[in-house]
Design a protein around this ligand. Structure first.
Ligand SMILES: [Mg+2]
Length: 414
């Protein structure tokens, strides 16, 4: 079996409402690149990557000169062919490799008649639990609904999500407003859901001293961990020594070099594995094995997924013996998906690992066309700009916070 063709399609799928974060905003939609790898036996494997547009599509087309004629089972060979570590200093293809690895694993599963998790060591669980992943949100630019800005709105939104999806863990993505205001929001969440566990992620925008102050202030709450309070292993290590709770990261341990540094001089307790950042599902399985050896925690990170990437997260979650925390997903903020059957449902806060061969998801061609059209109409959006604050540039550590009293909705195209 050989690779015959590689195709990429950029799509935009609407979110319920724009998601605010420390560096800017998801402007009411996700832009994703859907990758199809076709073999000479007629199988089509699916991959997905964040962002998109002409340059992303051209990047995948350029991989044809490396990979047409390549056996999709030779995954390590593919890694060195397109993402050799020293060549990567120049071409930085980790995320491209990840999307192609997803597609090749999908092909192998289809060819061998097994789900991807059975190729990765075999499933240990049939369902992967997820956290709410609450964001501060601007109102939907079309309907004016869905704003999350005040503690009351946050609690109400989390109640609705819990009712709809059954979550038992609540994550607050923060780093948007002044620290004391976000502390008030987090405490409101803790008070409203005393049975559930919590996690807080300000996207590494605080100084180490601010991180220590916040960590000490939430000590008595039911925290899974404090996620990326500062940027950099040394600030994380200093914070960890002072706050008396586990720290987690998806920013400062995102490759094996950094994982080794963290093992030798530990700064982070829980490594949030991302199937894109690490270059595929298999590198995440390998990293989890290192974490198992050194008894670090692992969980699954979300970089904003549609159903194909979600499937990679589910197959990963299914095979990790040391998955001791609920996974993150932006998935329930989306209004639709590009896979057959529509968005995967949550049951009691968890999603079923797909049972079909390969990744177990197929493209809905009509939806793909519909959201390709939407991308063509709206184009991309600057992830690292806030539509509500033109000209704003956040610092690290930041002191240029949004005003929690400002309820003026920004003008966002839809
Ligand atoms: Mg994070």
């Amino acid at each position: 079996m050989r690779i015959r063709d590689i195709r990429a399609t950029t799509v935009t799928v609407p979110l319920e409402a724009p998601l605010r974060h420390a560096n800017g905003c998801h402007w009411g939609r996700f832009v994703r690149t859907i990758v199809e790898v076709e073999t000479d036996t007629g199988l089509i494997g699916l991959g997905e990557m964040g962002g998109g547009g002409e340059s992303a599509e051209a990047m995948f087309r350029a991989m044809k000169s490396y990979l047409v004629g390549h056996d999709p089972a030779r995954l390590e060979e593919m890694r060195f062919r397109i993402a050799n570590p020293t060549a990567s200093l120049y071409n930085n293809r980790t995320q491209v490799l990840a999307a192609l690895e997803f597609a090749c694993l999908d092909i192998l599963g289809q060819a061998w008649g097994v789900p991807v998790c059975e190729i990765l060591g075999g499933r240990l669980r049939d369902r992967v639990p997820f956290a709410t992943y609450c964001f501060f949100r601007y109102p939907n630019p079309r309907t004016g609904a869905g704003e999350v800005r005040t503690p009351e709105q946050l609690v109400e939104f989390t109640h609705a999500l819990k009712q709809r999806c059954g979550f038992h863990t609540h994550k607050l993505k923060a780093g948007v407003f002044p620290q004391d205001y976000e502390l008030e929001c987090y405490r409101a969440l803790a008070a409203a859901f005393p049975e559930d566990s919590l996690r807080f992620d300000p996207n590494a925008v605080w100084s180490t001293e601010q991180a220590i102050r916040f960590g000490q202030a939430i000590k008595n709450l039911h925290n899974d961990y404090l996620e990326d309070p500062v940027f950099g292993l040394n600030g994380m290590r200093r914070t960890r020594a002072m706050v008396g709770m586990p720290l987690a990261t998806n920013t400062v341990v995102v490759n094996f070099e950094q994982l080794a540094a963290n093992v030798l001089d530990t700064a982070v307790d829980v490594i949030l594995l991302d199937t894109t950042f690490w270059g595929g599902i298999r590198p995440c399985v390998k990293a989890a094995a290192v974490c198992e050896t050194f008894q670090l925690g692992v969980a699954v990170h979300s970089s904003g997924e549609l159903g194909i990437q979600l499937a990679t997260m589910l197959h990963l979650g299914a095979v990790l013996p040391n998955l001791s925390f609920a996974a993150d997903a932006h998935y329930h903020h989306l209004t639709d998906d590009i896979i057959e059957g529509g968005p995967m449902p949550y049951e009691d806060g968890a999603i079923r690992v797909p049972q079909g061969p390969g990744l177990g998801v197929r493209l809905d061609r009509e939806k793909l066309g519909q959201y390709q059209e939407l991308y063509r109409r709206l184009g991309g959006y600057p992830y690292d700009q806030d539509p509500g604050r033109p000209g704003w540039t956040p610092l690290v550590p930041n002191d240029r916070w949004a005003d929690p009293k400002c309820d003026r909705p920004p003008a966002i195209p839809f």
